[in-house]
Write a protein that binds this ligand. Sequence first.
Ligand code: DSN
Length: 416
Amino acid sequence: MSYLSQTDPDIADFLNAELTRQQDVLELIPSENIVSRAVLEALGSVATNKYSEGYPGKRYYGGNQEIDKIESLAIERAKQLFGAEHVNVQALSGAPANIAVYFALLKAGDTVLGMDLSHGGHLTHGHPVTAMAKIFNFVRYKTDESGAVDMDHLRSMTLEHKPKIVLAGFSAYSRQLDYEAFKRIADEVGAITMMDMAHIAGLIAGKQLPNPVPIFDIVTTTTHKTLRGPRGGMILCKEKFAKAIDKSIFPGLQGGPHENVIAAKAVAFREALEPEFAQYAKQIIVNAQIMCDELQKNGFHIMFGGTQNHLMLVDVFSSKGVTGHTAETILDNAGITLNKNMIPNDPRPPLDPSGIRLGTPAITTRGMKEDEMRWIAQAITKVLSAPEDASLHLSIREEVKNLARKYPIYPELTYA
Ligand code: DSN
């Protein structure tokens, strides 16, 4: 019997049910992944007990000898993985990482040029509902008809608005950005360059996509998406910005770092440095492209002209007359988990948009390859072509479970 089930059988039951759910569904949310047992162990380790405000060698609490080694190793591995001059591994997640950068480098009212949310950007890149948008002046660029970021237009916006930061990066965009062009354009007005690589960090670490770290002044990321680490954030920057970034994270924005998460980040970075991780990153992209081709063949309209990374944005409303919310719900009923998503210039509201977003990091971690991608694309097509047919959805759920169990995750794990 686990300690957990003896102390708190309710939470043990919920965790067991969540474990079974993860084991039995196909996880296509492109920002999710399945961490190793080693990462899970580090997350659940005694490092959670420690207060360590400050940085290695300069803490506000005693007893940090081992914690300093853990955090320093996480930093060294991240530097090695991405070729970074300076790394802060204390950011609690992607949003605080971005906020810390804004506060490190901007004054109230300063301008940031970032990508519009409905064109693939992220809330923290200046969406009006965020607190940051009340403090700083965000101007947002969009994708063009072809699905590309029009760099001539981005240049004219940069010359017009003279931003302090030119921000690249996205959470629902499937094409490669021209990093050098961002840098050239920012240099024309003396802007700082920032890239949010959260979604594609694992594909960069696995050397399957170009590395923005040597080009941009500041790069933010989460560690739990394609990078397959614990839920958390990280900032990589040029030495010139190191002091400002560290001060902005602590004491500017955060208190005690979560050293258990930092230990788990270090473990994930070690895993990502192994040659197998490059193979994993490669297969993520191959799988996404196969899935995308199959969906296209089945009459789905893929936004941005396809995919060059791990994700795709699909306009299910124009393709099958099903809204994003309905698609998410009925696919969930069939054991296929993904999320509704706005498409560029979406005529529909954010809670029931035209699109869905899906990706391959988690199913690739399970070991699935091209054949499974074709099967999953067919299953998605069947469900979305018969949105009212609940018994079909349930029979597909059984088939999904059979497929998922052929690629088991956490076979010996239990909270019972
Ligand atoms: N929520 C994340 C995602 O799903 O892309 C971004 O923060």
